[in-house]
Design a protein around this ligand. Structure first.
Ligand code: ADP
Ligand code: MG
Length: 763
């Protein structure tokens, strides 16, 4: 962490980079180091988690053990003595309100450390004493109380009372470093600093426009507030800063990308796109047409398009993307389509080849004369297969190259990469986009597609460097999906579920059964690296009081979660499913096996598929009508919506059964009920956002720095994020590199440093 600060633009005398050991002593510094706090900057940015009501002035007779109190009392005596049993020394003082007494106890290694207290706590002096009431040998006591002696620490009673009514910052803390010790450490570091030591990342005019506190003031307000209004004002400013710093970086990336020259790929008549449109077995929706125009226009310009296409599940994003790719191929370029899983990449290739027909059979018998080819590149192809596809990409024979992460590899080359489409962006980071972009001679145009609708604030936070297009309509003629919550363990319901599955199969349709785990040994955590689809995104319940510093671990559920390997055995043994072929699909299978299973399912040879969430995104089998999700409460709302979107895609109505042990009145039960009631993905996305923890919404891999947000909540701070974006874009318009704003650049580097490390570790 200290090394991160090394290459940051810093103020001449960078007091913020100073290690805490020098400021606070090794012992305290080591303890704070356990929270990841190593420098003055780290500590100052370790914000209180909340503020407790100041203790009220209390009559000593009414003290209750465990309560946080402030009492005004007179010192009767104070004595320092060694502790025989524990070593070290202790100071014990007795204070009184005239009738009752209260003991104050301080411990220290040596007697010297207690002399300061002893000199202040002289008999006859009056002070305010603050702490949590304890009890020792029948006496009420405060251990290490905070106190102000009138005439010494404060001038008079009025000032003392003002002190005592301050809100008390409560820090994320632990046994090794209690909150009060964090508080004193912060004061020790902050008090000697002046505004000059704390260069403000926010430009003056931005601050002035919104009436925001300066950085130095804000930190004082947050760490040492005199009133509640103080810390609110301080936090507001720091929250705004967080939004602004992130938006400034996104604006800078946007400006940087826009400044690169791109090759214009205007629409050419009489090519693949026209032929494709003529072959299309359906008419485009108004949305597809409108967004298509927008994209076609941007592709015709010599600046790289940077666009996010988001849309309702099943709204037909793939066709929009394919038409963009064909425009680029017609204009002499190539297009790459990056998919998050091998299953999806393989499906895309099948879909594209089916939609294109002879248009994708260049060099083959029956291929159209201006045809192209669709190549596939995944990590696990046979060497021969891979070589052929690499060759097609590098020679330009393939106008369209589809692949997983393997596309990012160094060996993959294009003749003239004109467009990069990233499907289901959820699982790709900003840096991965950049890697692909770098494969073009000029900057390729970029189209990013999300799996599900996302709320506007998330779009601004996670994809803030992109312009957004939205498809809200689904094509006409879909019969839709009916959703029911099914109580797990209810025999009658269970029987009905599988009988219904049987009926669908007999009618020539298909059934998905989704489980949260692969097998009994498999943790229900984000899946293995070979396939990001498995179990990724499983929901963690919100835990409100959690400190930013606390881990994300949760208690393991008491009941084992349903696993693919177990469920498939159970179903195969069910009389009602006798003679029905049941397949298995999960991320640990070999890619060839996965492909075969998906193909058999699509063809109807294996009409029931038990799987993990590998089928969550994008899989398109029109005859699939039933989606059974086991332990449905383990999945997020958007994810369930995505799963549900796999059925009811053809003319037959879909049925989604959410099987769960969660009682209706619990948060999990509510989430499922919401899903059963609502089919609008945009509504669900905002509900989901309310229900889930920030980190889960913005997960590191998809964010543009969003995982480093500490104060900002995309649910609550929509207006603020919007404002910050406007301000940041205005600033970047004037100064695209932010060269004139070193404090802002330093703040960007700090806020996003963790992000980059994480990426480097992963790649
Ligand atoms: P998503 O937006 O969820 O990725 P897809 O692109 O997979 O949706 O499209 C879902 C299905 O709808 C596909 O089978 C596709 O061929 C079909 N489709 C796309 N556009 C239309 C349309 N305008 N009319 C009818 N069907 C369409
Ligand atoms: Mg899709």
């Amino acid at each position: 962490m200290t090394s991160e600060l090394g290459d940051v633009v810093v103020a001449p005398a960078d007091r913020l980079a100073e290690p805490l050991g020098r400021l606070l002593g090794t012992r305290t510094a080591n303890a704070l180091g356990k929270f990841g706090l190593h420098t003055a900057h780290d500590l100052l940015r370790h914000y209180p988690r909340r503020y407790s009501e100041p203790g009220t002035l209390t009559d000593l007779s009414s003290l209750v053990v465990g309560e946080h109190v402030t009492v005004m009392a007179e010192v009767r005596q104070a004595t320092v003595r060694p502790m025989r049993s524990r070593g070290g020394s202790m100071l014990q003082a007795v204070v009184t309100d005239g009738a009752r007494t209260l003991h104050l106890t301080f411990f220290a290694k040596g007697a010297g450390a207690l002399r300061m207290h002893e000199s202040k706590l002289r008999a006859g002096r009056v002070g305010l004493f603050t702490g949590v009431v304890g009890e020792y040998r029948g006496e009420r006591q405060l251990t290490h109380p905070d106190y102000r002696i009138i005439g010494v620490d404060v001038q008079d009673e009025g000032e003392a009372l003002a002190e005592a009514s301050r809100p008390i910052p409560i820090y994320p803390a632990g046994a090794a470093v209690p909150s009060w010790r964090v508080q004193t450490s912060v004061r020790t570091v902050l008090d000697p600093l002046t505004p000059r030591d704390l260069p403000d990342p926010l430009p003056d005019d931005v601050r002035a426009r919104h009436g925001l506190a300066g950085l130095h003031e804000a930190l004082r307000l947050v760490h040492e507030p005199a009133t509640d209004a103080d810390w609110r004002r301080g936090l507001h400013r720091l929250r705004y800063e967080e939004a602004f710093v992130l938006q400034a970086e996104l604006a800078r990336r946007r400006a940087r990308a826009a400044a690169q020259p791109a090759t214009a790929r205007p629409r050419r008549g009489g090519g693949l796109l026209d032929d494709f449109d003529a072959r299309l077995p359906f008419t485009l929706t108004d949305g597809q047409r409108g967004v298509g125009e927008e994209i076609a226009g941007e592709l015709s310009r010599p600046q790289p398009m940077q666009r996010l296409l988001q849309g309702e599940v099943g709204s037909g994003k793939t066709v929009v993307a394919l038409r963009a790719m064909l425009q680029v191929v017609d204009a002499g370029g190539q297009a790459a389509l990056l998919a998050p899983t091998e299953v999806l990449a393989a499906q895309h290739v099948r879909t594209l080849r089916a939609l294109l027909g002879p248009l994708a059979e260049a060099g083959f018998l029956g291929g159209a004369d201006h045809a192209t080819r669709v190549a596939l590149l995944t990590g696990s192809q046979t060497a021969a297969d891979r070589r052929q596809n690499l060759l097609d990409a590098a020679s330009g024979a393939a106008g369209i190259v589809v692949g997983t992460h393997a596309l990012l590899g160094e060996t993959v080359q294009f003749v003239d990469l004109g467009l990069v489409v990233v499907d289901e962006q959820h699982r790709f980071g900003v840096e991965q986009r950049d890697l692909l972009r770098a494969k073009g001679a000029t900057a390729p145009h970029l189209l990013v597609m999300t799996a599900t609708p996302i709320p506007r604030t998330v779009a601004m936070t996670v994809f803030g460097d992109l312009e957004t297009s939205t498809l809200t309509q689904v094509p006409a003629g879909r019969s839709g999906v009916v959703t029911h919550v099914v109580p797990a363990g209810n025999q009658a319901w269970t029987e009905r579920t599988w009988r219904r599955a049987r009926e669908e199969v007999d009618a020539g349709r298909r059934v998905y059964v989704v489980c949260p785990r692969i097998d009994a040994d498999d943790a229900p955590e984000p899946g293995g690296p070979e396939d990001a689809g498995d179990g990724a995104d499983l929901v963690r319940e919100p835990d409100d009081g959690a400190s930013p510093a606390s881990g994300r671990a949760e208690a393991p559920p008491a009941r084992p979660l349903r696993a693919v390997t177990e469920v498939v055995e159970e179903l195969r043994a069910l009389p009602v499913l006798a003679d029905v072929a049941i397949g298995v699909l999960h991320g640990r299978m070999a890619p060839d096996d996965k492909d075969r299973v998906m193909a058999d399912f699509a063809s109807g040879q294996v009409p029931v598929l038990v799987s993990t969430t590998v089928i969550e995104v994008g899989v398109d089998v029109p005859q699939a009508t039933v989606m059974v999700v086991l332990d449905a409460d383990r999945f997020g709302l958007s994810q369930l919506h995505q799963l549900r979107g796999r059925v009811g895609r053809g003319s037959d109505p879909g049925l989604c059964l959410l099987v769960s042990h969660a009682p209706p009145a619990t948060p999990a039960g509510t989430r499922l009920a919401t899903l059963a009631e609502t089919t609008d993905g945009f509504v669900l996305a905002s509900v989901d956002l309310e229900l889930r923890r920030e980190g889960d919404v913005l997960g590191a891999a998809q964010s543009g720095g969003a995982s480093s947000l500490r104060l900002l909540r995309v649910t609550r701070d929509a207006d603020l994020i919007e404002q910050a974006r406007t301000d940041a874009r205005r600033l970047v318009d004037q100064d695209p590199t932010l060269g004139a704003w070193p404090a802002l650049v330093a703040a960007i580097d700090r806020q996003l440093a963790g992000e980059r490390e994480e990426f480097l570790e992963r790649s």
